[in-house]
Write a protein that binds this ligand. Structure first.
Ligand SMILES: [Fe+2]
Length: 272
């Protein structure tokens, strides 16, 4: 009787122990899974934030599966204050379209690159196979630069900047007029084809830079806040060789609302 009771007790103890160990193991597994989820998200965000400092928009990178020509956000003749309709049509429908087409053609050979955004490839051009590197640089850059360009112009643009961008321009350059003068000078001095930009550098300072051809500031870890296209295809029909006149008139269509959105987007990205 005593032996039987001990055996029962042992069985109960064994089963209870087994149950408790199983429960403990289950809890530990759940705990590990939970901590992976909760720590993975911030780590991923932090990595993304660091790597994507120089992105057009933190959450709106240009896809390459395939790259697509964005529609103009206004009619071709809407920017007549600065740019004629024929130039806009050629510029968008032919030049920008060609960059998109050439980029997609180059990436056909490398399907794995189609999972990368234009920005990701431009930030790390050395990771792009050598035989298409220049094509991606020129046409990926052309696609990104022009996508930004259409957005930072508007038929309702022009005038003095407002909001955060106005404040930062005044702090950095002294006044809007001084900034405009430096920007126009830099755009005029850019030899041959290229772009003039207002960027934010990694030290969070505003800076005016120019890039040759279709190079994007993000290739140098600079965030493009606004930029003007100084290729002849951007102005030659109306202005012929008078690039300075085009640069002056361009301010009549600058979309300060969009430019404020761009500067706020990169500021918010720093906070993540
Ligand atoms: Fe252009």
């Amino acid at each position: 009787m005593i032996v039987k009771k001990t055996w029962r007790q042992k069985s109960i103890l064994f089963l209870t122990g087994f149950f408790l160990i199983s429960l403990l193991f289950a809890c530990q597994t759940a705990s590990i899974n939970e901590s992976s989820t909760s720590t993975a998200t911030p780590v991923t965000e932090k990595t993304f934030s660091t790597q994507s400092f120089a992105v057009a928009y933190p959450d709106r990178e240009l896809t390459t599966s395939p790259a697509r020509l964005p529609e103009l956000p206004y009619a071709a003749n809407a920017l007549e204050k600065a740019i004629d309709a024929e130039t806009m049509k050629l510029h968008h429908d032919r030049h920008h379209a060609a960059y998109v087409k050439n980029l997609n053609a180059a990436l056909q050979k490398y399907p794995e690159l189609q999972n990368k955004s234009v920005e990701a490839m431009l930030r790390d051009l050395n990771s792009v196979p050598e035989d298409i590197r220049e094509t991606v640089r020129n046409n990926g850059g052309g696609h990104l630069n022009h996508t930004i360009f259409w957005q930072i112009m508007s038929p309702n643009g022009g005038g003095e900047p407002t909001g955060e961008i106005a404040q930062q321009i005044n702090q950095t350059f002294g006044s809007f007029d001084a900034f405009k003068k430096q920007f126009n000078q830099a755009g005029g001095d850019r030899f041959g084809s290229g772009w003039v930009w207002l960027v934010r550098n990694p030290q969070n300072q505003l800076q005016i830079v120019t890039t040759p051809n279709q190079d994007s500031p993000i290739m140098d870890s600079l965030y493009p806040i606004m930029g003007n296209d100084v290729w002849e295809h951007a102005y030659y029909l109306r202005y012929q060789n008078q690039r300075a006149e085009y640069l002056n008139n361009w301010w009549n269509v600058v979309n300060w609302s969009e430019i404020n959105r761009r500067i706020q987007a990169v500021s918010q990205q720093d906070d993540t």
